[in-house]
Each structure stands twice: as C-alpha cells, then as structure tokens.
Design a protein around this ligand. Structure first.
Ligand SMILES: Nc1ncnc2c1ncn2[C@@H]1O[C@H](COP(=O)(O)OP(=O)(O)OP(=O)(O)O)[C@@H](O)[C@H]1O
Ligand SMILES: [Mg+2]
Length: 356
C-alpha cells in the first residue's frame, strides 16, 4: 500500500463523513438558485423579503410557489413562440402609403471607425424620433454585426436577402427593405453575409459606387436615409461615404474620444476629392454624456473647440434605458417614451430638421 492509496482512503473517509452536511448545504443552495431563476429581475429587493418569509412559511409552501412561477414562465415562453411563428416579414410592396409630399432626400452616413460610440443606437433612436415627427426614414444597416436590424426586433436568421445582395447586384434596395418597422421607419437589414462583401467586392467593377447606385433608386421616397456604418474604414464604409450627402459623427464622451477622428476626416477628404465632391459633415453628436463627471464636460468642450458649430446643441445622455431598449427590439421612443433618452433623441430630431 503506497502513499497514494493511503491518501485515497483518507479522502474517501472525509467525503463520507462530510456528505450529509454537504448534501444539506447543496440542496439549500439549489433551492435558492431555483427561486432566483424563477424571479431573475427581483433578486436584490427580494432577498430580504424572502428571508423574512422563510421564517414564517414551510419548505413545502415555498416549493409550491416555485413550481407555479415556473409554469407561468413556460406558458409565457410558449405564447411568445406562437407569436413568433405568426409574424410574417413584410415586403416593400406592403408599405403603408406615404401621406406627405417628400422633398429632397438627405442621405446621411452615421460614421466613426471607433467602435461602440453610439452609431447604431443613434441610427435607431434618431430614425424613430424623426418617424414620430411624420418624416419618412430609411435605415440602411451597413454593418455585418447587424445591430441596427436586431435592435429593431428584426430576426436576421429569417431573412432571405439583405443589403449584401444589393451590394453584389443580386437584389434591388426595395427587394430587401422591410417597411414600417416603426412609425415612418423602414429598414434595409444586414446579416452576417455582409462580412463577405468587403472581400467579394474587391474583384467587382465600380465597387465603391454600389450603395450610391442603390440609394439613387429610392431618392424622392424618403426624407432621410441613414446609413449605419461598421467600425472600420474599409470598402463598406467607403461605399457609405460615396453614397452619402453628409456625415453624422457620434463621439462618445470618454477618454480618447477624439482618437482616430483625424483619420476619419482624412478618409472623408479623400472620398470628397476623388469620388463625392459635395460630401460634408452634417453634424457631430456627443453621446453617453454624464453631466456628473468632469471627464464628460472636458470631452464635450474639447470636441466643441475642435468641430465648433458642427457639434449639435443636443447632447445624448448616458442612460441605462437607452442601452436596454435594443434587447426589447424597440427604439427608446417606444421603450421608455417619457424618459430622458427619448427626450434627447426627440430634441435631436428637431435639430436635424432645423439644419435643413
Ligand atoms: N446614450 C447611451 N447611454 C448608455 N448606453 C448607450 C448609449 N448609447 C449607446 N449605448 C450602448 O453602448 C453600446 C455601443 O452602442 P452602439 O452599438 O450604438 O455603438 P456603435 O458605435 O454602433 O458600435 P459598433 O462600432 O460596434 O457598431 C451599446 O451597448 C449601446 O446599448
Ligand atoms: Mg453599430
């Protein structure tokens, strides 16, 4: 009998002796986990209530509560699944008639090659706020991440075609547009297929002009076309720069906010010189502003010094509701209609309209 066997024997004895204790502890933990799983959003306030209740109620009573909550959840999940099957994806031919006369269409690319600065959020929430004000808006999702599409509740895996097919010349823009996703708001969605476009377009003729040709066909049908760009300056972004009349540059109020902006402006100038002479900045938008921090104030004043009047007066505040809205497939104007985020994007929509 070696050292290893003696260790095994000791280990076995230890487990046998401690098993009863352990099983009590683990079953207590398991039942707490079940309760927590049944009420995931009420953890913190419920903990104290639950402890008080535990003193008064028996374990059997608690078990009944857990199983009832679980079956409620199952029912909700089942009815959600039923709704999912029942909702067909609309085609452009089913679009509600536009009641007003659309004047000049403004094509605006929402661009900053820095990631996570609020491009997609602004595309969705500004688009929805303009729609609420009676404007006709098209959002073109030009990012393979497809955040604008999923943030509006579009299930990308159910789509046969997306903006990728348009860029490759295999569909027209109206073939892929999903109309009236919200009031006045249509979406040309993106799926992960779009990730291949950067490579596949390289071999194509007039590859920088693909989106310009596509948007040309819908000019006169929308007041605003917003293009949500990916966080890079590759061929997809160049397509957006060629197609756009103007740029909207969101800048997050954080350290290094202006990092990379010079590169972005260089790209804009290059496209302006060679491909799109009228391209210009429409506005610079300060996002995720937190008025309680000196950093936000410093960044805001630095950006205003750099871009002067091009910066929108309206500043988008940092708001948990804004960040939650996409997971409910809704713009902030629907998810939290009276909150500060919705108010800010509505005010921005008015400023956008006033800029012509
Ligand atoms: N005003 C805000 N307050 C709080 N969170 C925000 C706000 N705006 C955006 N966010 C959150 O910040 C994250 C990045 O936003 P968003 O996806 O709009 O940025 P992006 O520039 O489109 O990113 P990417 O470069 O990856 O495309 C998201 O989780 C979003 O919900
Ligand atoms: Mg994005």
């Amino acid at each position: 009998m070696g050292l290893f066997d003696s260790f095994k024997r000791q280990a076995n004895r230890f487990h046998t002796e401690t098993d009863p204790e352990q099983s009590v502890t683990s079953s207590a933990i398991d039942s707490r986990d079940e309760e927590a799983a049944a009420t995931p959003l009420q953890d913190a306030p419920r903990d104290e209530d639950a402890r008080e209740e535990e003193g008064n109620s028996s374990a059997d009573e608690r078990e009944t509560v857990v199983s009832r909550e679980t079956s409620d959840e199952e029912e909700t999940a089942q009815s959600a699944a039923d709704m999912y099957v029942a909702t067909p994806i609309k085609s452009y031919a089913e679009k509600k008639p536009v009641k007003h006369v659309v004047g000049t269409t403004k094509v605006i690319a929402i661009l900053n090659q820095k990631g996570g600065v609020g491009k997609s959020t602004t595309a969705i929430d500004l688009g929805a706020a303009l729609g609420e004000l009676g404007k006709q808006v098209l959002l073109i999702d030009l990012d393979p991440q497809g955040n604008t599409s999923s943030g509006l509740g579009i299930e990308k895996n159910r789509l046969d075609q997306c903006i990728y097919d348009v860029l490759l010349g295999e569909a027209s823009l109206t073939d892929v547009i999903i109309p009236d996703v919200c009031e006045g708001l249509d979406v040309a969605p993106a799926t992960i297929n779009l990730a291949g476009a950067e490579v596949e377009l390289v071999a194509e003729m007039a590859r920088e002009n693909r989106l310009k040709e596509a948007t040309g066909a819908v000019r006169g049908r929308y007041d605003y076309v917003f293009i949500d760009c990916p966080p890079s300056l590759g061929l997809l972004t160049i397509n957006a720069l060629v197609a756009a009349d103007k740029l909207l540059i969101p800048i997050q109020c954080e350290f290094y906010a202006l990092e990379g902006v010079t590169k972005l402006l260089d790209s804009m100038k290059r496209v302006k010189t060679h491909l799109n002479p009228s391209l210009d900045i429409f506005g610079v938008l300060l996002t995720m502003y937190d008025g309680r921090t000196t950093l936000s104030k410093q960044v805001a004043s630095e950006v205003r010094n750099f871009f002067a009047k091009r910066v929108f007066d309206v500043v988008i505040p940092r708001s948990v509701k804004i960040s939650e809205a996409p997971s409910f497939g809704q713009p902030i104007t629907q998810y939290d209609p009276t909150g500060k985020g919705a108010e800010a994007y509505r005010a921005l929509a008015k400023e956008v309209i006033s800029r012509g």
